[in-house]
Design a protein around this ligand. Structure first.
Ligand code: B3K
Ligand code: ZN
Length: 885
């Protein structure tokens, strides 16, 4: 909770630390009603900080100081100053050591930051500033230290005692307690510290690194989950091999551990040698986890593992540089997932997500640059902008340099900065130096917030046989009010002739025609590229692979989009042409609805999707993606003023029309794929994901027809599927159907069968919370009373409240404001328990400017009610006050 008025912190105020901590020796004595932490810090004056001996200001929160010693001297009350977040000492020499003992209360820590209990186990989460809730320290990432940690706890309750690095000793004590000591040979900032104590089982394996070292791999879980670790272990080994092959990065300790915990604020944490994971990001097996969950586990295991180099060996100088490790690591995990599965499908999913959610963030009150200039609470900046847009920025560097040039740059970066805490500028500098290029202008992507617009126009000169593309870039105003300068926008393009063949591209001034796809670098506010030797007016394929995170506008008509859907050699752009066609059709229908006209579907959309559905050559996952209409959240994002009812009505209308008109094709593909699923054991691999993806989207359309044969097929799939992907889809399809009796039976039997598996129950909550049928809020309120729900578990909050407010737009935005009131009540309650989760759940209310006047007023009133509700955490205070500014 807030103890003083939250303050804004600025990047421009960064100063090197006054003191350094060479060694950190920690001893934890864990008890049921408190924990004692003894710290010995071997410190010295930082030579880079200037002369003299300024006061030493250690960070510390919610700590009860029991004793403090400077070298051999026990300090008394006059020798130090203490306030709610600092302990100030007065060193008398350049080198000294500080010893403290503090008492803390992990057993009542509901914020899940610092040391806390998840179920019966102790665990930690220190990033970004949680270590200060464990002991007094210089809790900032540019203070790196060598850690030794001893954990002492009751042997019977906590047989497993873990920390970072290598185990160096352990043994019993004569009071029923035991101890273990861990030593991490690598210097690290405190945010990478971890401790775990519990009754855990582990799955063990090993990995031979590229230089022939043997690394022990262990995944620790609570005993009932021991059968759900194999997929994560396989993913870990694949990640380790991939990082060697693609980035030349080898693992550096003798042991790598993952621990799964049920109560965790985010996906996972890359603590050195001891990753701590949300159990939802580790546990996966066919019967209990969907294909999407399997792919998420693979991606998060990889992401955290890759941090060992991009984050741990080379870390951030300060938290404004967060994207240095996060943007780069997301880029790395996306490359890994693309290699393990389908590159095009991975790109489609990432872009759809970015455009829907990051673009909305960029257009809202919390908009910030990839490297923010200021913040109140750093926890609020683990955002889509820092992560996903940050990854796009690294991806553009990759596009501009090519794979080889990029690898030269990353090699130089790791070699130059190993063991250091550095900045985004250092990263870009390594890329520049390794390739002899100048990225001065490119770096505006790090400092300017907002999603750039890129308006493209064409002209064809038949007599000169030239074709010109003119690009005009602009960037909307964001709350920081800075004036936007032109970005460097890499635009990958191709030109298609009338038969759909690709034209070899030659720009005016070039000697000869070259490749059929190339990257144009748009660097000015307005810029024209002239292609020569163009025999007839071509059709451009623009921003292939989504080569830059911009909103591109080109006046395609619907026939042209259908043509691109069929002929574009770029798979991503084939999909995107389909999305643009759908958007045009949906926007027309939204207009018809608003004017009270009868809805009339443009038959071209049906024709286009019929041809996709009938294309047996196409990757089935691509077919599934192409059949997915743009979501309501995306349609909201691209609206000036989002009309919730019109968007929902128009989209449901199209879905029903498609279900009717494409029934035979959908039914045929559903049955063919279901037949294979029935005779094939579950395999968590790409081709099988693809088959089930098409099967399941087909089923969700088919059920809209309400035909009895579809109901029978759904019930058959629900009852007999051997995997959660098919079973959960069947359940969701029933939940969204009018078949009340079947729905109730299915929900009850599912809950009965899986009541002891919290992750499966999360799915059960989500499916219901996301259902757009009337009465959504009442259903959610009733589900909050279900014994499997608890507001203290972040996964439960996300599954029920997050799914309702984030995905069930028609119910959440009910015109009477009941959804808003419900969310605000929850945020107020969560603010006191878990500020990070409270602040995340607030996101939908921050988007109030998107809606009509009546909804704006209702949403703002709820934000104001939260603001006035009492003592706000810095997390909630920042989001609420910026939203109302
Ligand atoms: N680095 C962590 C995120 C920590 C969030 C702290 N509020 C997970 C990740 O990005 O890998
Ligand atoms: Zn990360």
């Amino acid at each position: 909770m807030r103890t003083e008025q939250p303050k804004m912190i600025y990047l421009k105020d960064y100063q090197v630390p006054d003191y350094l901590i060479d060694e950190t020796h920690l001893t934890f004595e864990l008890f049921e009603d408190h924990t004692l932490v003894h710290a010995q810090l071997v410190m010295r004056r930082n030579p880079a900080a200037g002369a003299g001996l300024p006061p030493l200001v250690l960070d510390g929160q919610l700590l009860e100081l029991l004793s403090v010693q400077l070298d051999d001297r026990v300090l008394s009350g006059n020798d130090y100053q203490i306030d709610a977040s600092h302990l100030t000492l007065h060193p008398a020499s350049e080198r000294f050591s500080v010893d403290t003992s503090v008492k803390i209360h992990p057993e009542t820590n509901t914020a899940l930051e610092g040391l806390y209990k998840s179920g019966t186990m102790f665990c930690t989460q220190c990033e970004a500033e949680g270590f200060r809730k464990i002991t007094y320290y210089l809790d900032r990432p540019d203070v790196m230290s060598k850690f030794t940690t001893t954990v002492i706890a009751e042997q019977h309750r906590y047989p497993v005692l873990l920390s970072n690095g290598n185990p160096v000793g352990n043994g019993p004590q004569d009071d029923g307690r035991h101890w273990a000591t861990w030593e991490d040979p690598f210097m690290k900032p405190a945010y990478l510290f971890a401790l775990v104590a519990g009754d855990l089982w582990c799955v063990e394996d090993s990995f031979a690194t590229m230089s022939g070292r043997n690394v022990a791999l262990r995944i620790y879980v609570e005993p009932e989950n021991i059968d759900k670790c194999q997929h994560a272990m396989n993913s870990l080994k694949k990640s380790m091999r991939w990082d060697e092959e693609v980035y030349g990065r080898e693992y550096d300790l003798d042991i790598f551990m993952i621990v799964a915990v049920n109560d965790f604020n985010m996906g996972a944490m890359e603590n050195k040698g001891l990753n701590i994971f949300n159990s939802s990001a580790v546990l996966a097996r066919a019967e209990t986890a969907t294909d999407a969950a399997h792919q998420r586990v693979e991606a998060i295991v990889a992401h955290e593992y890759f941090h060992n180099w991009s984050g741990n060996r080379v870390t951030c100088r300060d938290w404004f540089q967060l994207s240095l490790k996060e943007g780069f690591t997301v880029f790395r995990d996306a490359g890994f997932s693309a290699d393990m599965n389908s590159r095009t499908v991975k790109r489609i999913q990432d872009v759809a997500y970015l455009r829907t959610h990051q673009f909305a963030e960029d257009a809202g009150p919390m908009a910030h640059a990839v490297r923010p200039d200021s913040f109140i609470e750093i926890s609020n900046f683990y955002t889509l902008t820092v992560y996903e847009k940050g990854s796009e920025v690294v991806g553009m560097i990759h596009t501009l340099l090519g794979a080889e040039g990029f690898r030269k740059g990353s090699d130089l970066y790791f070699q130059r900065h190993d063991g250091q805490a550095v900045t985004c500028d250092d990263f870009v500098k390594a890329m520049e130096d390794a390739n002899g290029v100048d990225f001065t202008q490119f770096k505006r992507w790090y400092s300017q917030a907002g999603t750039p617009r890129l308006a493209v126009s064409e002209s064809y000169d038949a007599s000169a046989k030239t074709y010109s593309l003119t690009f005009r870039q602009s960037c909307p105003q964001t709350p920081d009010k800075q004036e936007k300068l032109p970005f460097v926008i890499p635009v990958e393009i191709g030109l298609l002739d009338a038969r759909g063949a690709e034209i070899a591209l030659q720009l005016a001034g070039e000697a000869a025609a070259g490749a059929t796809s190339r990257v144009l670098s748009v660097t000015e506010a307005e810029q024209t590229f002239i292609f020569v030797g163009i025999a007839a007016k071509p059709l451009p394929s623009l921003l292939r692979g989504f080569s830059a995170p911009v909103k591109l506008g080109f006046p395609y008509d619907r026939d042209q989009l259908m043509f691109l859907m069929q002929h574009d050699s770029d798979g991503f752009n084939r999909w995107d042409a389909g999305q643009q066609l759908s958007v045009q059709v949906l926007q027309e229908l939204i207009g018809q609805h608003q004017q009270g006209q009868a809805l009339v579907l443009d038959p071209r959309l049906v024709t286009a999707l019929r041809s996709v559905l009938g294309n047996e050559q196409l990757d089935q996952a691509m077919v599934a993606e192409m059949l997915s209409l743009p979501g309501e959240a995306y349609l909201t994002e691209i609206s000036e003023v989002a009309d919730v009812e019109a968007i929902h009505t128009a989209r449901e209308f199209v879905r029903r029309q498609l279900a009717e008109q494409l029934f035979d094709g959908l039914w045929q593909r559903y049955q063919a794929n279901r037949a294979v699923s029935k005779t094939t054991a579950y395999v968590a691999e790409n081709e099988h994901f693809a088959r089930r993806a098409l099967q399941n989207i087909a089923l969700s359309y088919l059920m809209l027809s309400g035909r009895p044969e579809v109901l029978a097929a759904t019930l058959e799939q629900f009852e007999t599927a051997d995997n959660m992907t098919e079973r959960l889809t069947a359940l969701a399809v029933l939940v969204n159907s009018p078949f009340e009796a079947e729905k109730a039976l299915a929900l009850a039997s599912f809950a009965e069968h899986f009541k002891d598996n919290p992750l499966v129950m999360d799915q059960w909550f989500s499916v219901q919370a996301g259902s757009p049928l009337p009465g959504g809020l009442q259903r959610v309120k009733a589900l909050m009373e279900h014994p499997a729900f608890t507001i203290r578990n972040p996964n439960k909050v996300r599954a029920l409240i997050g799914a309702f407010a984030g995905q069930n737009l028609i119910n959440f935005h009910a015109a009477d404001g009941s959804g808003y009131r419900f969310l605000a009540d929850l945020v107020i309650q969560l603010n006191a328990l878990n500020p990070q989760i409270a602040s995340r759940q607030l996101a939908p209310l921050t988007r109030w400017r998107k809606y009509d006047g009546a909804r704006q007023a209702l949403m703002k009133a709820e934000l104001e009610r939260i603001r006035g509700s009492g003592e706000l955490s810095a997390d909630v205070y920042e989001v609420v006050s910026k939203s109302l500014a």
